[in-house]
Design a protein around this ligand. Structure first.
Ligand code: SAM
Length: 347
């Protein structure tokens, strides 16, 4: 390639957007899940996608190679339930060898955590996020459709024993379902080094939850402060004064600590206080589409061009197009509401 053409390409491949470096890719490796959480999966039976529609490991690997060359350095593997896909841990291990990738984390419901913990530790995964909406086994079954609370808790303890850190526990609070457990879930951060994170319910697609059940972060925060103690900001009190790269590292959670606690409490508020202007991520759906924003229906197909022979530079250019297409803010509050399910995109 001539140096002039290389220069032009380098300019086109700049992955900065405004003052942000888009360095984080969330990859959904499957649309399948072994739970059916009522706020996540659509009502009724959602047929799984056929295998040929799902990006193969070698295709995702190639995408990550290209992405790493234009500045993606952090990966989160999600789904569906990522640990359900056969061979996912050796695959993740192979991603950890890609130059430029310096952090790989996984989001899991924890059902297969204990049985895979050794392989997880060996695979190069730095951190795990585990969904945990309740501490009551019966309620776990009501929310997720499966009686797996004890298995998940054993998985969390196995992750703790093996030194994965920090372990982030994600809870979606819904009125009339688990809002009486806000304090109990938050209190886990007192005695364990967990980062307990409360995520606002996002009404996406046709789920079994009504918008009136949404509990927003200000209410959750008040309840914790009244019952457990003052929430002291960890890094985010100085969020505005830190530089863009540090903000990227901080992620969307507003982080706090109760005095003397071993862990932290985080709040993710896409609804009540969105963080779009700090968003540093792109998503790759299980069907190989780049999604610039979780809460906006726009997707850019990567898999079809790849299967038609797209070159590495073509792939990088599609990535940059996705970066440039990141909307100024999400569409959750607009009439053009997101119609895709979280389980398909990968939360
Ligand atoms: N199966 C994995 C798990 O359960 O963590 C990964 C996929 S799941 C879609 C990822 C995260 O999205 C979970 O923490 C889940 O609680 C969250 N989530 C799913 N639907 C949501 C919704 N409608 N609003 C807010 N969070 C949601």
């Amino acid at each position: 390639m001539t140096s002039q053409r290389q220069n032009t390409l380098d300019n086109r491949l700049d992955n900065r957007l405004d003052n942000r470096v888009i360095n984080y890719l969330r990859i959904s490796v499957t649309d399948r899940c072994n739970l059916a959480c009522r706020y996540c999966v659509p009502k009724g039976i959602l047929p799984s996608l056929s295998h040929d529609k799902i990006a193969r490991y070698e295709e995702i690997h190639k995408i990550v190679m290209c992405a790493s060359q234009i500045g993606i350095s952090k990966l989160r593997i999600t789904g569906g339930e990522p640990l359900m896909r056969k061979g996912v841990l050796p695959f993740i291990e192979s991603l950890s060898h890609i130059q430029g990738i310096n952090e790989i984390s996984i989001t899991t419901n924890g059902v297969l955590l204990e049985s895979n913990i050794d392989k997880i530790v060996e695979s190069g995964i730095n951190r795990v996020n585990i969904s945990l909406d309740t501490l009551k086994p019966e309620r776990f079954k009501f929310i997720s459709g499966k009686d797996h609370f004890k298995t998940v808790w054993r998985g969390i303890m196995a992750a703790l024993d093996r030194g994965l850190s920090p372990i982030k526990l994600n809870a979606v609070i819904l009125r009339g379902i688990n809002d009486d457990e806000i304090e109990a879930l938050a209190s886990l951060s007192l005695t364990y080094p967990f980062h307990v994170r409360f995520i606002e319910y996002m009404p996406m697609g046709n789920s079994d939850v009504d918008i009136s059940q949404q509990v927003l972060i200000p209410e959750i925060k008040d309840r914790i402060e009244q019952s457990i103690g003052e929430l002291q900001p960890v890094t985010n009190k100085s969020f505005e004064s830190i530089n863009t790269i540090q903000q990227n590292e901080a992620g969307p959670a507003r982080r706090y600590k109760i005095a003397g606690a071993l862990g932290e409490i985080g709040f993710i508020s896409p609804v009540s206080s969105h963080f779009c202007n700090q968003c540093n991520r792109l998503r790759l759906t299980s069907t190989g589409k780049l999604r610039p924003c979780l809460l906006n229906n726009r997707e850019i197909d990567l898999l079809t061009p790849m299967r038609q022979g797209a070159s590495d530079d073509d792939i990088k250019e599609i990535f940059i197009l996705a970066v440039r297409s990141k909307p100024a803010s999400h569409q959750l509050n607009s009439p053009n509401i997101v119609d895709t399910q979280m389980s398909t995109i990968g939360g």
